[in-house]
Design a binder for this molecule. Sequence first.
Ligand code: ADP
Ligand code: MG
Length: 388
Amino acid sequence: MSEESIKVAVRVRPFNQREKDRNAKLIIKMHGQSTFITDPRSSGEEPKQFSFDYSYWSHDGFIELPSGILESKDNSSAYASQQKVFNDLGRDVIKNAFDGFNCSLFAYGQTGSGKSYSMVGYGVNRGIIPIACDELFHQIQSTKSSSVRYEVSLSMMEIYNEQVRDLLTQDFPKGGLAVRQHPTSGNFYPQGLRIVPVGNYTDIERRISEGTQNRTIAATNMNATSSRAHTVVTIYFDQFINGTHGETKKTSAINLVDLAGKGRFQLGISSEYALLFQGSERAASTGATGDRLKESTNINKSLSTLGNVISALADISSGSKRKVVVPYRDSTLTKLLQNALGGNSKTVMIAALSPADVNYDETLSTLRFADRVKRIKNTVVVNENPLE
Ligand code: ADP
Ligand code: MG
C-alpha cells in the first residue's frame, strides 16, 4: 500500500480558425514545468504562475507531415506531439496495469479546449486511448509465456442527465442503469453494465465504434450532442499467473474518462470518438427548451460536484481541515469516479487549455482546478490474490 499524488498535465492547443480570424491574443506561456497566464484586461499585471508535473506546449512550432501527423518543426521546437504525451503519460498507464494497479486517465477543460484531441485524437493523430490500447496488446504478445494467461474485457458507458447508459447495448432500462454500492468494497458500480471480452486492438476499436454509434442514436433522440455527456471506457486487464505457490490473479481496471466540456457550450463540435472510430454524429439541432435547460443543470451538477470532491480531497491531503466529508454521493459521475479520486487508483489528469484571450476566465478556472487536483493523494495497492 502506498500513497501517490494524482499526476497532472496541462496542454495548450493551437489557435483555431475563428480565433485566428479574430486576431486572438495568446495569453499562455510555458517554461519547464511552469505555466503562466496573463489577464488580457489588466495590462501591466504580473502573469499568474502554476506548476504541474507536465506542461505541454502544443500551440505552435509544429509541421504537418505528409501522413497528416503533427510533429515538432525542428529539434529546437518545444512542441509536444501526441506521441510525446503518450510516452510520458500513456506508457506509465500500461506499466501500472501490468503491475496490477488500477489506473485512471481523465481530461478536464472547457468545450473546444482539446480534451478529446489528447484522449482520443483525430484521424492519424491518435490520442492516448487508442495508442495505449494498441500498446497493451503489443506487450501482451511480446511477454507471452506459458506461465501467464491474459484476459482483457471492456465496458463503455455514458453519464447523461445523471443517468448511466450502457453504450454496448441498445436495450438498457428506461431511466438508465441503477448505481449500486458494493457492500464490502464500498465502490459504486452501474448494475448490469455489459462487460465484453476483447482479444485484440481491432476488437476494442470495433466495440468503441459500436458504443459511439449507440451514443449517437441516444444523443440524436435526446436532441443533444456528445459534448454534454461524460463518457467512461473501462478496460479490465486480468493476468493469471502460474507461480511456484499455485495460481494467482492480478487485476487492473483502467478508467478512461472524457468529461463533458465545462463552461459555455459551443454547439456543433463533432464527436471525437466518432471521428476516430468512423462513426458519425450530427451536429446539435437548434432550439433550447426545457430539456436543454435540465441537461445543462445536470452537467453542472456532475461537474460542480466533481469540483467539490476535488476541493475536499485537496483539503484532506493538505491536512488543512480536520473533518472533511467528501461528497461523492452528490452526483453519478463522482460516485463512479470514487476510486479514481482519492481511492485505489494511479490517476492522471490532463487539463486542456485554450490559448486565446477571450477564454481567460475559463482557462484560469481550469488551472485552479488542476492546481487542487495535484494535491490529492490516492492510496494504491496491487490487486493480486491467490485463485481459490
Ligand atoms: P474538446 O474535446 O475539449 O471539446 P477538441 O479535442 O475537440 O476539444 O479540440 C477542439 C479543436 O482543437 C479540434 O479541432 C482539435 O483538432 C484541435 N486541437 C485540440 N488540441 C490540439 C492539439 N494539441 N494540437 C492540434 N490541434 C488540436
Ligand atoms: Mg470533446
